[in-house]
Design a protein around this ligand. Structure first.
Ligand code: AMP
Length: 393
């Protein structure tokens, strides 16, 4: 892994793929996490005496559309960098080339939304070549799009001799390695969420890399039903029952322990404030559905979490978006934070568990919170991300 720390950027113009796909409201950035995450890379290059040309996508525009213009994030970027950045109303072509030529060392140029061109997502070679004309070296710091074989994330890399992992991309890859390749045992994966079908490839990939797997939330009901339990109206996927039994069998062969919930908080209605009752996980009455981990399950899961040295958390163990059914997920988050305080390494990644740690203010209490939803899921499935392999070629 060649990272930006291995190189002196003095007099270099670095084309940096960042992920500035941030939420906006009335033209203002409402969550600047992704912009903040790119600052260390930009600062290092500027400090070395180089210049930065930043490229990103924003949303899913249909051609040039003002509401997807990256000009909207310039003010936030300027205030975080504490400098006045330059903005180019195009990302390729003569204007972009001229602005890049005139860019002085120490300056930052933000290019317009890459996805104003279909060539970006098509991974078009000509478009990639045009992007490459703007700089002397390439840095990828956009983990969130590293699973996409797009022009700016993957194809452009081949036009550069000098290409590097940015600090954010490096951190993401190292955090993943710490769990999947060189984590301290016992290694635990806490998996939840609603859809078991989307989590099967992850389970199959990690089953011989971890010691324990906690399966909570909606996805646990397919396992419970497959094992002969009564799950009432709880979410499940009949077509996945055989797979679920296969996983239990595989876990036995690999000596990996699978931990399922023992009780569950249920309601007759899926809504905030619905009257709830606790039932054993395999005896849910017909008119009830399981919506949150029960207190005994939480206690059982907490004990496992506290005795683990490496923890991966992907997916909530209940409908945490509704206050009435958020307790289990919150307690699991707190337990992971406590285990981290006692020395465990914890990685939270892949969609909704990230939203959960943010909701419960635990972001700074775990070792690492991934910035990439789909990219993290694909990494956990064992796939090599095209944006990462392009940097290694
Ligand atoms: P996923 O995208 O598959 O990771 O699922 C995340 C979603 O699973 C969240 O929106 C949770 O509300 C939902 N979820 C977790 N537990 C349950 C459950 N017991 N019943 C229904 N949905 C659930």
């Amino acid at each position: 892994m060649k990272t930006i720390c291995d190189f002196n950027f003095k007099d270099e113009k670095a084309l940096i793929r960042v992920d500035f796909n941030v939420p906006l409201e009335n033209g203002r950035v409402t969550d600047s996490t992704r912009i903040r995450s790119a600052i260390p890379t930009i600062s290092k290059i500027i400090k070395d005496g180089g210049a930065c040309i930043l490229m990103s996508h924003l949303g899913r525009p249909n051609g040039f559309e003002d509401k997807f213009s990256l000009i909207q994030i310039k003010a936030e970027l300027d205030s975080l960098l504490k400098i006045e950045t330059k903005f180019c109303e195009d990302c390729v072509g003569s204007i972009a080339e001229e602005m890049s030529n005139n860019l002085l060392m120490g300056e930052v140029l933000l290019l317009e939304n890459l996805r104003f061109y279909n060539e970006e997502t098509e991974g078009d070679d000509e478009f990639s070549k045009k992007l490459s004309k703007l700089a002397t070296c390439f840095v990828n710091d956009a983990f969130g799009t590293a699973h996409r074989p797009h022009a700016s994330t993957t194809v452009v890399a081949k036009y550069f001799e000098n290409k590097f992992f940015g600090k954010l991309l490096e951190k993401e890859v190292l955090a993943l390695k710490k769990v999947m390749n060189n984590g301290n045992s016992p290694i635990l994966a806490v998996l939840g969420g609603s859809k078991i079908s989307s989590k099967i490839p992850i389970i199959e990939n990690i089953i011989d890399k971890v010691d324990d797997i906690i399966i909570g939330g909606g996805m646990s009901f397919t396992f419970i039903k497959a094992l002969g339990g009564k799950i009432g109206l709880s979410i499940h996927e009949d077509s996945m029952m055989e797979k679920a039994l296969g996983i239990i069998e595989l876990a036995k062969q690999k000596n990996t322990k699978i931990h399922l919930p023992v009780d569950v908080v249920c309601a007759k209605e899926f809504k905030e404030g619905a009257e709830s009752k606790i039932f054993p996980i395999d005896s849910i009455p017909n008119e009830y559905e399981g919506l949150d981990s029960g207190p005994e399950s939480v206690e059982k899961f907490k004990r496992i979490i506290m005795s683990s040295k490496t923890i991966l958390w992907n997916g909530p163990v209940g409908v945490f978006e509704l206050e009435s059914f958020s307790k289990g997920t919150k307690e699991i988050g707190i337990a992971i934070a406590e285990s981290t305080k006692s020395g465990a390494f914890s990685l939270v990644g892949g969609g909704d568990s990230v939203a959960a740690v943010k909701k419960f203010n635990l972001e700074n209490e775990v070792s690492y919170v991934s910035t990439g939803g789909g990219a993290m899921l694909e990494s956990l499935e064992g796939k090599i991300l095209p944006g990462i392999s392009a940097l290694k070629k």
